[in-house]
Design a protein around this ligand. Sequence first.
Ligand code: ARG
Length: 460
Amino acid sequence: MTDASGELWAGRFSTPPALEAQVLGRSLEVDRQLVFEDVAAGIAHVGALVDAGLLSGDDAVRLTDALEQVRSAILAGDFAFDPADEDIHSAVERGVTALLGDLGAKLHAGRSRNDLVATDVRLHLLGIQRTVVADLRTLAGVLVERARAHAADPMPGTTHGRAAQPITLGHHLCAHAWALTRDLDRFAGWRTRTSVSPLGAGAIATSTLGLDPAATAERLGFDRAFENSLDAVSDRDVLQECVAVAAICGTHLSRLAADLLRWTDPVLGWAELDEAYSTGSSMMPQKRNPDTAELARGKAARITADFVTLGAMLQGLPLGYQRDLQEDKEPAFDAIGTLLNVTQALSGGVATLRIDTAAMRAACRDPALYATDLAEALVKAGAPFREAHRRTGELLKRLDAESRSLRDLTPQEWETFGVPGGDALLDPDASIAARPGVGGPSPASVEHQCDALERLLALA
Ligand code: ARG
């Protein structure tokens, strides 16, 4: 190219961009994902131009056909992109103009890539978010289903990563499901703030052409149109919020993965990941590695990093479109795509997880798990809790020194301690049943939680 005639802004220029400036400016590799939305926005804009009396019905049909042809060609890989196609918006417009000549050149009236890109990205994220939400609901549903099946199966609950008190596996699985319901709620709130169409805002100041942004918003399925054209083209808070919600959710999934990794550690042997969610080692023939869970744990880092990338790019930018904003799509698409991938893989991993309830129950034989129950038995007999805690601690210390455990106490020793028949308390089922309250680990509470979660998930 020897002049600037290939560029959208050729009139004012006599020299084309330097090659390295062109390379720096190109976003096509990332924003070609927006082709579907770009054409949809183009068709809606054609409607606005017809309503404003700037295009005939016949023109509109031809422009719409051309936009659809360009979309099909791009999706089929048949579209000849030009080095001057800076982004998907310029490529689509050039494609339409190549098909229709002067009529194609009417498409961009009253429109800017500034309002167009903001519109496309919102539509794109709203679309992907539907899939993410459906898949998160699936994962939460799998957790609830497995929780219900294990409502009465005891496992040692841990604090500080060490055995603490018996709970049920169902209770633990429900805890992960509850976290996901909050993510679903966050995504639902995000949706209402995102379903606002920027199209018609133009470059910054709308246009003199009498376009109706509300009608355009309706054509595109948005809830409403922008309230302020400068805000519409400048802000990227909906991307930040989407990535923030994805980062929180990714953190939840990472922690679920960490639990899976712990339970499936052969040293513990409480569960086993299905082969379909494991890999072998290139060198050690015996290995079966839990890669799916490890990656689910590790991928959360990049979603959080995407949030940081977006915030760092945006902070300090004055209002109005700035080319810096072009950097918004890569982190946003990466975050939501990563979340989707992790959610789907974990659903399969949890659904096919083989759980060894007998091993979990056997781990509940550790009598130390019941120390708190003993202290509370003393409290029920009238002791102040601090004294009960100290007396139980002293008993454990003495038993330790004698190389005995709570299971070795004689009926007489239980009497002396102040909890007659105390050995009946060293039992996971008894311990769990003694906590029937709402929100606790008992089988009844887990059933109740599962019912509540199912109701919420059907609504979410
Ligand atoms: N590729 C650009 C982006 O993603 C589109 C908007 C370009 N606008 C402009 N005035 N150069 O942000």
